[in-house]
Design a protein around this ligand. Sequence first.
Ligand SMILES: *[C@@H]1O[C@H](CO)[C@@H](O)[C@H](O)[C@H]1NC(C)=O
Ligand SMILES: *[C@@H]1O[C@H](CO)[C@@H](O)[C@H](O)[C@H]1NC(C)=O
Ligand SMILES: *[C@@H]1O[C@H](CO)[C@@H](O)[C@H](O)[C@H]1NC(C)=O
Ligand SMILES: *[C@@H]1O[C@H](CO)[C@@H](O)[C@H](O)[C@H]1NC(C)=O
Ligand SMILES: *[C@@H]1O[C@H](CO)[C@@H](O)[C@H](O)[C@H]1NC(C)=O
Ligand SMILES: *[C@@H]1O[C@H](CO)[C@@H](O)[C@H](O)[C@H]1NC(C)=O
Ligand SMILES: *[C@@H]1O[C@H](CO)[C@@H](O)[C@H](O)[C@H]1NC(C)=O
Ligand SMILES: *[C@@H]1O[C@H](CO)[C@@H](O)[C@H](O)[C@H]1NC(C)=O
Ligand SMILES: *[C@@H]1O[C@H](CO)[C@@H](O)[C@H](O)[C@H]1NC(C)=O
Length: 849
Amino acid sequence: MIYKFLVAITLIALHALSVSEAAVMAIDYGTDWFKVALVKPGIPLDIVLNRDSKRKTQAALTIRGEERIYGSDAVNLGARFPLNTYFSVKKVLGRLVDDKIIKDYQSVFPNKIVPDPIRGTVVFQHNETTTFSVEELLAMQFAHAKEQAEAAAQEAIKDVVITVPPYYNQFERQAILDAADLAGLHVLTLINDVTAVGLNYAISRFTSFTEEPQYHMFYDMGAGSTKASLISFKTSNIKDVGRFNKTIINLEVLSVGYDRTLGGQEFDIRLQRYFAEEFDKKFSGKLKSSIFTSERAMTKLYKEANRVKQILSANTDAISSIENLHEDLDFRFPITRSKFEEITADLRKRVSGPINNALSNGKLTLADLQSCVLVGGGVRVPSIQAELKNTVGEEKIAQNVNGDEAAVFGAAFRGAGLSRQFKVKEIKVKDITPYPIEVDYSSEPKKSEDGTSKSKVYHTVLFNEFTAVGTRKMMSFPRTSDFNFSLNYAKLDDEIARDFGPTNIAISKITGLTDAIKQFNDVGVERPKVKVTLQLSESGLVSATDAIVTIEQQSFADKFKSFFKSEESIKDVPLPDETPNSVNASESTPEVNATQTNDTEPIPKLTKIETKNLSIEIEYVGIIPLGENEKVVSIKRLRAMDASDLQRRVREEARNNLEAFVYRVQDFIENNEVILVSTDNQRAELKSKLSETSDWLYEEGEKAETEEFRMRLMSLKLLEQPIAFRREERDKLPGAIFTIKTAINSTRAFIEEIKTNSTAENRYYTDEELNKLLNIVGKVEDWLNEKLVLQEKTPPHFDPILTSIDIENKLKGMEREFLLLPISKPTTTISLETKTKETEQTKSKHDEL
Ligand SMILES: *[C@@H]1O[C@H](CO)[C@@H](O)[C@H](O)[C@H]1NC(C)=O
Ligand SMILES: *[C@@H]1O[C@H](CO)[C@@H](O)[C@H](O)[C@H]1NC(C)=O
Ligand SMILES: *[C@@H]1O[C@H](CO)[C@@H](O)[C@H](O)[C@H]1NC(C)=O
Ligand SMILES: *[C@@H]1O[C@H](CO)[C@@H](O)[C@H](O)[C@H]1NC(C)=O
Ligand SMILES: *[C@@H]1O[C@H](CO)[C@@H](O)[C@H](O)[C@H]1NC(C)=O
Ligand SMILES: *[C@@H]1O[C@H](CO)[C@@H](O)[C@H](O)[C@H]1NC(C)=O
Ligand SMILES: *[C@@H]1O[C@H](CO)[C@@H](O)[C@H](O)[C@H]1NC(C)=O
Ligand SMILES: *[C@@H]1O[C@H](CO)[C@@H](O)[C@H](O)[C@H]1NC(C)=O
Ligand SMILES: *[C@@H]1O[C@H](CO)[C@@H](O)[C@H](O)[C@H]1NC(C)=O
């Protein structure tokens, strides 16, 4: 509650500055669930509810023919259509098909996986003719999230911030970006989910930080993995407009620790396997095949395992019970919490690993920590909580009030900050990459004395582990012809390397250099230097962004002079790679400098400097991103499915509207008040048309098109609406009459008051004006009385002579006349008074009904 309030007051939209008030959404996409939040000018930052009015949606998807079913509906269909229902696709994103993680996935989920022939990534064989890439399945869910947000925002949304686990590498991050692209979303940035939790923490505790850094550990055990981030918070004063300083918060991620495969799901799988073994044991001899061979039964058991785990979080024992589980046999099995703890004991031992790693990577100790904030579904399991309390000490454990939604709120806040449409509290976020990235490069081949050419290979670590993201570096290469270099992950810990995937990212080919050098051949070229800018984006992806060559061109005078110099002195300025013996791979050429440093070098006299842009061609290795052509094909395919889904939804809605109308009106015409305002004939006609429509709905209607439902609804409404209107007026009219009479009385009283009770000095109006008003009031009263007489004589099944709408219009007319008077102050009071009474009156009338 407090949280929402704070956000509400800080997200003040800068209406005047923006023409389009684009909303921004955030998706916290997890292994089991995803959450969506929306920031839009004028409304508070909040979670977007899904179609079932829930705050989170299961990350599951069933595809049947052209129809896609999401969330809990998909989970329910999982056991019926195990091969066409996709769970936890996040686990297999950005991975090669022969990865161990894929094997683990396949041991739990029955879907058929085939390799992408070009990329080697995971593709799901949906049926004999159709396959879906992981990116496509993810894109469908992103598009579904987008639709939810658009329904809440009442406008189209493009901009999004998506959470990813901090351990995601280049390929996994790229796959998320590609999926978002397929979904028609523009990613403002990816944000590490635990960082988003920290950001959310900072927002709600804005005043509790000082210039002295505070260290907090954020521990997130989700369904698929566990992460811990060590984050420092401190304030600093920076210059604001004019002479003012403002205080901002600096959120700095110092280090992370993680366990890629320890998550709530792993506990479910343990339980699922245990149940399956017990089932096989119990019915051994009776079974034709082991339960492990049945996709349906295993999917049912998996769902059951999750349910039982939750019961065991609050109770010491539970009973698992599934009818007709396998080969028509029922499964009923009691289990205790201690048994559950016994079969997951090894998992529990891994609980504290991420915290210990984050601390040692960040070179801090437990004593430095102010608190350890727990989020994620996994931390609700009592034995895990106990383990964590054991690790950091009970007094340091802080349960986040909003643990499940902290990441999506943090991400949305970040989105608001990036979109420039919102004025948000200033929190400077410095996040990091957990993996070192290096540039591998061979120097220009040199002819040696024996005639062979040699080149030296350099491995230069460009971004160390725990380097800040959103950094650019410039690297210079002494080269005279086109060349290439590769971007790779540098040597990783054995443990990290095991589940990492490929470590080669891309080869960057620099072209245009050979040609540029040729142009200067006639005059001679000195010290050509290629400067390449390498970027580690906020989203954590590395790329070479641009390359320029600087050529020092000798003037003729200079060249002339050189004839008198010895060979040696011309080579006085050695190119770094000409002295291979002296180089130290980590600190010599190629040189790496951050762009912010001043790289102006002393320029020898009499030379001219030329710079030229070179082109960079990227060849992806490791895991190749979705190609542009593939994207075009996918987008076309997804849009066709969207269109068909939309068409079906619109038809469904039209059908439901008609059906609901029929039911409602069938009741409606039996109501006594309705009988009063309609004739027998009118009701009979409507009734017969209703029952005809009802019959039609369940026969021909099953196949009818959207338009037909709409037409039928319209023709029914033509009969129903006049009756409904008369029925409604019977309710509204007395209140409206009371309101206008009160308004007439109080206006008269007010005018009388002014006339009799005020002195010449404080008189706001002239007599003439007051009389004019009295005249208007009189006319309104005459009109009312005349209509009332006629209305009295009108039978209730005739359309009324006097309606609440007529009265409302008269009141508005009267109000307008008042507002036209030169001094509006007292009159506004009056008009407001009438308004208030009016609404009160209608309200109380409604309450009575
Ligand atoms: C395969 O699945 C797709 C998508 O659900 C569907 O359009 C197609 O008709 C299916 N093909 C067969 C042979 O079932
Ligand atoms: C603003 O901050 C600077 C340094 O951060 C400090 O020297 C100065 O006194 C501050 N000014 C005000 C008005 O607080
Ligand atoms: C990169 O350059 C080296 C020589 O410098 C060459 O052997 C290699 O084939 C090149 N790689 C690509 C992909 O062009
Ligand atoms: C390179 O530098 C590292 C540390 O900076 C040092 O240990 C190593 O001996 C150096 N190697 C050479 C060949 O200078
Ligand atoms: C860069 O260094 C040169 C020479 O030292 C100096 O003249 C120049 O002002 C510096 N530029 C910047 C932006 O610091
Ligand atoms: C890089 O920075 C160092 C000092 O930090 C400087 O000596 C060197 O000239 C710079 N190199 C380039 C290419 O700017
Ligand atoms: C070189 O690239 C920069 C930045 O990309 C651009 O501003 C500049 O115009 C380019 N110069 C030429 C000669 O193409
Ligand atoms: C309006 O004033 C008349 C006469 O003073 C009174 O009889 C009537 O009850 C008043 N009506 C309302 C709605 O106040
Ligand atoms: C009307 O006049 C009396 C006596 O002067 C005064 O007490 C009363 O407050 C006045 N009423 C209004 C509404 O000004």
